[in-house]
Design a binder for this molecule. Structure first.
Ligand SMILES: Cc1cc2nc3c(=O)[nH]c(=O)nc-3n(C[C@H](O)[C@H](O)[C@H](O)COP(=O)(O)OP(=O)(O)OC[C@H]3O[C@@H](n4cnc5c(N)ncnc54)[C@H](O)[C@@H]3O)c2cc1C
Length: 393
């Protein structure tokens, strides 16, 4: 393996920052170049759909303050020449590397025509634009997409006393993530807190010439509204890798130790990486959660230094937590892979729910509402590939 003198990290957010920190901790003595398309230091995205919309500006990401001033911000990588080991930037400059860390994350899916008044939510600028509109006191907001960001925004907006309609193409918001019982619970929870749910229909577009005045639905209905938030999922940022020779398929396809397939000098981490997960029989998974980017950024960097032979596999149990209308919802593992769903606790009076998910008798996921200790126990069981019999014991 070539001695690494120059490491380039593309993407200056959570995974990129953790990669740089890990290189420094490992006493890497060569050059590190961090390249980020945004014009600011790495920051925390989870508050963008929560506290930032309520006026709290704390988005600090611990460790970002330790970055030297000489990293390249407001600069986008547009091409990777993997064979020549060069990254080309949007100003035409070429940056050579011996090792590359791809940490370019993901971007929101947008409507083909997205008029004023329709907001996506990925960056701090997106959040501040939405916050300004909410502060103007609209009478009604429509949230399109009932994933975790859509559900969080609906919750935040309701808390501000604004009426909300949540439009979701599935049978219930977050059905793919929470399973049947969890999603049914969430639907009832939204309704109890005054969110109008419109499920099983797609938003096709908008009325309004200069600014959206209504959302047009696939069943012919039209929702008059003043502000729209589009939370319709994200796509991994791999456009710049299109002609690179890297294998791309809903992300950068990686080995279990985060090396881009067939590339001993290139690793990927965070929302952009789709890696072979040892806990799920080597299935390729891509995870869009904070803890995943946090851990993978560091491990990908360490693996790049050690090379593929000495590398450590990444077998972290995917997990995330959110608050919706005051309830703490936690998910561990991959409920979407399950063929069986078991309700372990259902206490409506306490708003507590715990559901375990299994595939072929092996635990693969868990959902917990207001039950953090149960979630910890189940997360350990998922990591140990416990059987459903062991769970019952
Ligand atoms: C509103 C919101 C709320 C969230 N809430 C939660 C939550 O409650 N819990 C949870 O677990 N997760 C949450 N997440 C997800 C979490 O924030 C992400 O999983 C995490 O940010 C992924 O980090 P990353 O570094 O992989 O990618 P990103 O944070 O997407 O960063 C990628 C960076 O790369 C840059 N970039 C892209 N292309 C290029 C290029 N060609 N050249 C240079 N730079 C480039 C981008 O501008 C960006 O700065 C939330 C996300 C959002 C948007």
């Amino acid at each position: 393996m070539t001695k690494l003198n120059r490491i380039v990290v593309v993407g200056a957010s959570l995974a990129g920052l953790r990669a740089v920190q890990a290189l420094r901790t490992a006493d890497f003595a060569g050059d590190i170049t961090l390249i980020g398309a945004e014009n600011r230091a790495p920051y925390n995205r989870p508050p963008l759909s929560k506290s930032v919309l309520d006026g709290d500006d704390d988005i600090a990401l611990p460790g970002a303050e330790q970055l030297d001033d000489d990293w390249l911000r407001n600069r986008r990588a547009v091409t990777l020449r993997a064979d020549e080991r060069q990254v080309v930037l949007d100003d035409g400059s070429e940056i050579a590397f011996d090792g590359l860390i791809v940490a370019t994350g993901a971007s929101p899916r947008r409507f083909a025509a997205q008029p004023a008044g329709v907001h996506s939510l990925r960056t701090v600028d997106d959040a501040l634009a939405l916050r300004t509109e909410l502060a103007a006191g609209p009478g009604h907001v429509t949230v399109i997409g009932g994933g975790f960001i859509g559900s969080e925004v609906a919750s935040t907006v309701r808390r501000q006393g604004i009426s909300v309609t949540l439009v979701d193409a599935g049978s219930h918001p977050m059905a793919a993530t929470l399973g049947t019982h969890g999603a049914q619970w969430l639907a009832r929870h939204h309704q109890r807190h005054g969110v109008e749910l419109v499920s099983g229909v797609r938003a096709l577009g908008f009325d309004g010439e200069t600014r959206a005045t209504a959302v047009l639905l696939s069943d012919g209905r039209r929702i008059a509204t003043e502000v729209v938030v589009a939370g319709t999922g994200v796509e991994p940022n791999t456009d710049w890798l299109r002609d690179s020779g890297l294998k791309l398929d809903n992300g950068v396809v990686c080995t279990s130790s985060l090396f881009a397939e067939g590339q001993p000098s290139i690793v990927a981490a965070g929302d952009v990486a789709r890696w072979s997960h040892p806990l799920y029989g080597g299935a390729l998974v891509r995870v869009e959660h904070w803890a995943n980017a946090n851990e993978q950024g560091a491990l990908a960097a360490r693996n790049l230094l050690s090379g593929p032979v000495g590398a450590q596999v990444y077998s972290g149990v995917p997990s995330f937590a959110t608050h919706v209308h005051g309830a703490r919802i936690q998910v561990a593992g991959m409920p979407s892979l399950a063929d069986e769903e078991r309700v372990l606790i259902d206490e409506p009076a306490e708003d507590r729910l715990v559901v375990a998910f299994a595939a072929k008798g092996v635990l693969v996921g868990a959902v917990a509402v207001n039950a953090p200790k149960d979630l910890i126990r189940l997360k350990r069981a998922i990591a140990a590939c416990a059987s459903t019999e062991e769970l019952a014991a």
